[in-house]
Ligand binder design. Structure first.
Ligand code: NYM
Ligand code: MG
Length: 219
């Protein structure tokens, strides 16, 4: 008889403002879920690819001029570069893929520059849909107190406030489309308290039922 593929894995995204604690929590999830032998940790933007190198240069050189729509398409293209890999690892290899930011950051950050929401979603349509998105919700004023922002483009309070508002719009559209979007209050307590919330939400989907194929983003 033909060999059965393993039970499919999972695709989980962490989202939030800069300094919301995503990287800390996702590193912990990676450990808890078995480390590199069972879990793949992705970060968007992936700055190692040719497109990612362009994005890195744009983010770190605030004097660089690039059209807002062109930037948006580059961020989306940087996800399409790994879309097939996400599908293969989850569906064929039974792995858990964790993403530190995803399409939702793409829409929220560009939306904060005033571009229309429907235009912003279009290059993300068809990408693998996460089984769960955890949005680490944090007041931008609290985020700013956490050791201050770095030097990159977008890391200033006016932009962060607009992004916070845009994430609210994204959350409505994405949850309205039936996707699994969970908002966690990342300002309630420290790393341990947030970890309890993160792990509680992830444990639910790890144990849950799922179809073999990942869904597609379709809002
Ligand atoms: N960012 C990230 C976008 O503007 N669009 C996207 O699609 C993604 C994935 O890049 N300030 C922004 C948000 C961040 C910046 O990400 C760099 P990070 O997680 O700070 O390295
Ligand atoms: Mg950052």
């Amino acid at each position: 008889s033909t060999p059965q593929p393993p039970r499919r894995g999972l695709f989980i995204a962490l989202e939030g403002l800069d300094r919301a604690g995503k990287s800390t929590q996702i590193a912990r999830l990676h450990d808890q879920l078995g480390g590199p032998s069972r879990t793949t940790l992705l970060k968007f933007p992936d700055r190692t690819t040719p497109i990612g190198k362009l994005l890195h240069s744009y983010l770190t050189s605030p004097q660089e001029q690039l059209d807002d729509r062109a930037v948006h398409l580059l961020f989306a293209a940087n996800r399409w570069e790994v879309a097939a890999r996400i599908r293969r690892e989850v569906e064929q290899e039974g792995r858990i893929v964790l993403a530190d930011r995803y399409a939702w950051s793409g829409v929220a950050y560009s939306r904060a520059k005033g571009l229309p929401l429907s235009w912003l979603f279009s290059p993300e349509l068809g990408l693998p849909l996460p089984d769960l998105t955890l949005f680490l919700s944090l007041d931008p004023a609290v985020a700013a107190q956490r050791g201050g922002y770095g030097e990159e483009r977008y890391e200033e309070s006016g932009m962060q406030r607009r992004v916070r508002k845009s994430f609210g719009e994204v959350a409505r559209v994405v949850s309205g489309s039936g996707a699994n979007w969970r908002e966690l209050d990342a300002g309630r307590g420290g790393v341990e308290e947030v970890w309890e919330m993160v792990w509680g939400a992830v444990r639910g989907v790890v144990d849950g039922e799922r179809r073999q194929a990942l869904n597609e983003i379709d809002v």
